[in-house]
Ligand binder design. Structure first.
Ligand code: ZN
Length: 306
């Protein structure tokens, strides 16, 4: 969906609310009181009513928009801005485009959407053949974090990110030429440099039947416990270009993207920016990432706990 389609389909707040109502009816509403999935639409109140216990659910409750005062249309617009360009947009730019007065509102909405993108991608594990490596991302240390560090020096800190890519070797049967096609990626900020931090990421991100390629690092000693086969290769320029080709491309693209769009990224928010980057890369061949994000935003199982 481009900007023109958006303004035709979502011309005012009412059109957006009707779309949201229909989408939620289709995807399902779960009653926070009794857990029932059967609801009626109370047209006079603009709320869903549970058919078992009569508990009412507002249009935004149980979605990514829960407890937000921002209009549905502005939420949709922010989701459109975040997904309509490959590079993404800063909160500052979106604030300006929407003529919204408060920067912090826009930023916190964008962070919620980034959390949502992460949740969505966490539903899937990587499969088959996987390249695994680490990238170091420069982040800003916020005041809050700096005062907690023992020797609170320096405003920059490098964070270690595990980067994984499903990478399938291909061979052209006529020419014998070899290449690799890449499917899905994952990027996770590591808690520290320990083998345990790596193990946790591998357990959570990679299917146990997979074959994983890494370079030789002491942190990778245990990962074979959690997968089918672990292939370690000594780090050389060839390994970088061949065995770990896609993870390295992803790391440099992510870094270039962050430098170009965002002024500074705070360490505690790095995972969110990675979520957005990976979400879009994983859907690079999809037609409407925006519409898929709308569906994810009302997924009934994520926002029903509190
Ligand atoms: Zn109920």
């Amino acid at each position: 969906m481009n900007i023109l389609d958006f303004f035709e389909k979502f011309k005012d707040e009412k059109a957006c609310k009707e779309y949201l109502r229909d989408l939620r009816m289709k995807e399902g509403v779960i009653c926070k009181h009794c857990g029932s999935k059967k609801h009626y639409w109370l047209a006079s109140k603009w709320q869903f009513q549970c058919s078992s216990c009569s508990f009412r659910t507002t249009l935004k409750s149980g979605t990514v928009m829960e407890n937000s005062n921002l209009s549905v249309r502005k939420w949709f617009l922010i989701m459109l801005f975040m997904t309509s360009t490959k590079k993404g947009m800063s909160a500052c730019e979106i604030k300006r485009q929407m003529e919204h007065s408060r920067y912090n509102t826009v930023l916190s909405v964008m962070h919620r959407i980034r959390d949502l993108m992460g949740k969505r991608d966490n539903m899937y594990q990587l499969n088959d053949m996987i390249e695994f490596d680490e990238g170091y991302f420069e982040t800003e240390v916020s005041e809050k974090v700096r005062s907690n560090l023992k020797r609170g020096k320096g405003s920059q800190r490098q964070l270690n990110v595990a980067v994984m890519a499903e990478s399938v070797p291909l061979e052209n049967l006529d020419t014998g030429q070899k290449s690799k096609s890449c499917r899905f990626f994952k990027m996770r900020v590591l808690e520290d440099q320990s083998a345990e931090a790596i193990n946790n990421v591998v357990k959570g991100s990679i299917n146990e039947k997979s074959i994983v390629f890494t370079d030789r690092s002491a942190s990778y000693v245990d990962i074979e416990k959690y997968i089918e086969v672990h292939v370690m290769e000594k780090s050389t320029p060839e390994v970088t270009k061949e065995t770990l080709k896609w993870v390295h491309i992803a790391i440099s693209n992510a870094k270039r993207n962050f430098l170009g769009v965002y002024h500074k990224i705070k360490g505690e928010n790095l995972q969110r920016y990675l979520n957005e980057f990976v979400y879009k890369v994983n859907r690079r061949y999809f037609n409407s990432v925006f519409e898929r994000l709308l569906v994810a935003s009302v997924f009934p199982y994520w926002y029903n706990s509190d």
